[in-house]
Design a protein around this ligand. Structure first.
Ligand SMILES: Nc1ncnc2c1ncn2[C@@H]1O[C@H](COP(=O)(O)OP(=O)(O)OP(=O)(O)O)[C@@H](O)[C@H]1O
Ligand SMILES: [Mg+2]
Length: 304
């Protein structure tokens, strides 16, 4: 029995995964991380997952980690860490999700792995953040301020002039060089990666510089097999690998010279929007990667 961690057991994504895993011979059960417990009296493993009694899942597909207080989120991630410690293949592992939720860590790890990403600065010291802004503006560079844990384009602000107050959100500054559009339309790319392969991609176009579909961006199909898109696929795969992701939704843009760069890696990506513009069975690809690569590797390690 495979656990699908989600707080939306009836959602399109859960249904798609159920169908795809069943086609590979695996039943699954939707589990809400908020209902899971660490309980050392639960022998032998010290965990309680609703619906699993004493058994452990054969694998876990992490479809969502609900937001909450820092303590609640840490406890939810503890369940995923604990499952991995117990030898359960977890798709994506908690440590990868932690890195990608945190935009500063994502930027650091991308740069360290040699993946192109715009110059980025993160700090909680308002004075140093202010100096970074002054220096960038003086060099003719505009900036984007993002919430460290943002998603769906929420809370993004462009800095075109010296701000009245320090550019901190929730006590920290996360600032990035703003990439201007090439032409009138703003666009970025989303590539879904699984098992080291770029499965599918789409372009998002908008009249606003924040192109998330949740902010009104329009998805357009993109053929990653076309030569002109090879760099997008390549850097998306490298970005997922830099963060230790089994599967990832990677956001890319092109700079003024047309070079691809990665701006965001999502460790619990939705793929419904991408499925609308793609002919490939994405849930099928994800399920196959979990079963045939991740679970098979886990089984080899257990017997080996
Ligand atoms: N450095 C940048 N220059 C220009 N536009 C940017 C830049 N960073 C982000 N954007 C625009 O804002 C959108 C949202 O940014 P980003 O992907 O970093 O945050 P998010 O979508 O809120 O977070 P997540 O991808 O984790 O859900 C991008 O898709 C892009 O359209
Ligand atoms: Mg994004």
């Amino acid at each position: 029995m495979i656990a699908i961690f989600t707080d939306e057991p009836q959602s399109w994504h859960t249904r798609e995964l159920r169908r795809a895993l069943r086609a590979l011979g695996h039943d699954c059960r939707a589990v809400d991380l908020r209902q899971c417990r660490i309980d050392l009296a639960q022998r032998p493993h010290g965990l309680h997952l609703p619906g699993f009694a004493r058994a452990l899942p054969a694998a876990a597909f992490v479809r969502g980690v609900p937001g909450g207080t820092l303590e609640q989120v840490v406890l939810r991630l503890d369940i995923l860490h604990a499952l991995r410690e117990l030898g359960v293949p977890v798709y994506n592992e908690a440590r990868a999700i932690e890195k990608s939720v945190d935009k500063a860590m994502t930027s650091f790890l991308l740069a360290r792995a040699g993946v192109p990403t715009p110059p980025t600065f993160a700090a909680e010291d308002a004075a140093s953040a202010g100096r970074f802004v002054m220096k960038a503006l003086a060099a003719g560079q505009r900036l984007v301020s993002k919430p460290l844990f943002g998603s769906q384009g929420r809370g993004l602000a462009r800095i075109d002039a010296v701000p009245d107050s320090p550019p901190l959100q929730d006590g920290v500054a996360y600032l990035q060089h703003w990439l201007p559009p090439r032409g009138k339309t703003f666009r970025d790319w989303r590539v879904l990666v699984a098992g080291g392969r770029a499965l599918a991609g789409m372009r998002r176009e908008s009249r606003h510089w924040v192109t998330n579909v949740a902010q009104g961006g329009r998805p357009r199909p993109v053929d990653l097999a076309e030569a002109g898109n090879a760099d997008l696929a390549r850097w998306a795969v490298a970005a997922a690998s830099a963060l230790g992701m089994d599967y990832a939704g990677v956001d890319l843009m092109r700079d003024a010279d047309g070079r691809a760069c990665v701006i965001e890696v999502n460790g619990v990506p939705a793929w419904q929007g991408l499925q609308r513009v793609s002919d490939i069975d994405l849930a099928g690809c994800l399920a196959a990667d979990l079963v045939e690569r991740k679970m098979a590797a886990g089984a080899r390690a257990a017997h080996g």
